[in-house]
Every structure is written in C-alpha cells, then in structure tokens.
Design a protein around this ligand. Structure first.
Ligand SMILES: [Zn+2]
Length: 229
C-alpha cells in the first residue's frame, strides 16, 4: 500500500521507470512505508497511470539496492534495514572521506573554502529548525568535498551502501545532534583551509564515527525496522 498522501506525480516527458524508482526509493528512505509493507504492482501502476512493466523494473532495481524484497509467489515488500550494511557503509565512508579531506588540505582552494563556509551557515540555520533540510545539506557538504577532490566517482560507488545509512538517519531525525555535526563540519573546513592534512583527516574520521553513535538507541526504540542479526 502506498501512503494516503502522496504528492509525487509522473512527468510525461521523462523516462517513467526512473521516476517511479526515485519516488518509491524516497518513500522507503524517508520511512513513509514501514518494513514489511506489501507493494502492489497493479496499485502503483493505477495510481500513476502507467503500465505494470516500469513498476516491475523499479521493483527489481530497488531490490538490488536492498530496499525491497521480491518474494516469488508472495509479493514485493519493503525490506528491513540491515545493521550490517549500515555499519559497512559507515566504515567505507570513513576510509574514503578521510583520504578526500587529506587531498583537499594538501592544496587548499580558496574558492572551495568560501563555498563550504556558505554551506556551514545554511547548516547552522537548518540545524535549529529543519532536520530534513539538514540531512540534504549534509549530503551536499560531503558530495562537495568528494567532487572538489576529483573523487565524485568514488562517492557514486558508495551511494547504494549509503542508502541503508540514510534510512537510519531519517529514522532518527529527532535525536540527530545537528549543531554538533555542523561544528564537526566546521572543524573539517578549518583544517582544510589551514592546509593541515592530519587534523583534517582526524576531524573527518571523528565525524564519520559520530554519525551513527545513536544506532543502538534507535535499534532499541524501533526494532521492527531492523533485520535480526
Ligand atoms: Zn556530515
């Protein structure tokens, strides 16, 4: 079942399959459909006035991404979050991003620093009022670092893994220590600006470790969202 209120619509001038995939992925990511929710091909096709084929394709892609589970003869269901996948994503991110900030600190780019400081201002503002916006800005911050280091492709490689991590983040919106995370971002930017590779690396590693410090608490609170290990 899709949520009752769903603002998304399909644009006629763009590929239907990709749009359906994005809509359904966001619904799962933002936890608007709980794990175990059954998705009906015909319901979704009817809801968006499309044929069943692109719905099926979107299901397959989402199951490859670990968000849906296709059980033959039984149906398609929203998958629970794998704690192991979440921890793996965090681990890989820490390794990649530590090297990214080291690269950036080796040769600080004033234009990049200006851009990052502008983003920090927006983050501090969002941290006070809008958790959902904060997550988007956080995403932008990390992607900006990767792109600036010429590692956009390395970043894209971990996007699938990151999906599992993002589900947890949306689940824990209210506990999110946003001001603290933004201060950590600021420490990363300061170290890059100062050309201090070691401090930049430490700051990035510390930040990526902090990002899931609330995982045990979320698991206690909402065990129904997680796979049993
Ligand atoms: Zn961050």
């Amino acid at each position: 079942m899709l949520p009752e209120t769903l603002e998304a619509t399909i644009q006629p001038d763009a590929p239907v399959g990709a749009q359906l995939h994005a809509i359904l992925r966001d619904l799962v990511l933002h936890n608007r459909m709980s794990p175990g929710t059954r998705l009906s091909e015909s319901e979704i096709a009817a809801r968006f006035s499309v044929s069943r084929q692109p719905v099926r394709e979107a299901f397959i892609k989402l199951s490859e991404e670990g968000l849906l589970e296709i059980r033959p003869q039984r149906g398609t269901f929203v998958r629970r979050i794998s704690q192991a996948a979440v921890m793996d994503a965090r681990f890989v991110r820490e390794a990649i991003e530590a090297d990214i900030v080291k690269l950036l600190a080796r040769k600080p780019d004033p234009g990049l620093i200006t851009e990052l400081r502008m983003q920090l201002d927006e983050q501090f503002e969002a941290a006070r009022i809008d958790a959902s916006r904060f997550i988007k800005l956080d995403e932008l911050f990390h992607k900006t670092l990767a792109d600036a280091a010429g590692k956009g492709r390395a970043w894209a490689l971990i996007e699938d893994l990151k999906l599992q991590m993002d589900r947890v983040r949306y689940l824990s919106l209210l506990r999110f220590p946003m001001i603290k995370l933004t201060a950590q971002h600021e420490a990363i930017v300061d170290a890059i600006a100062a050309g201090d590779q070691q401090t930049a690396e430490q700051a990035a590693r510390g930040h990526l470790r902090e990002i899931l410090s609330d995982l045990p608490a979320i698991f206690e609170e909402k065990p129904e969202f997680f796979e049993t290990p």
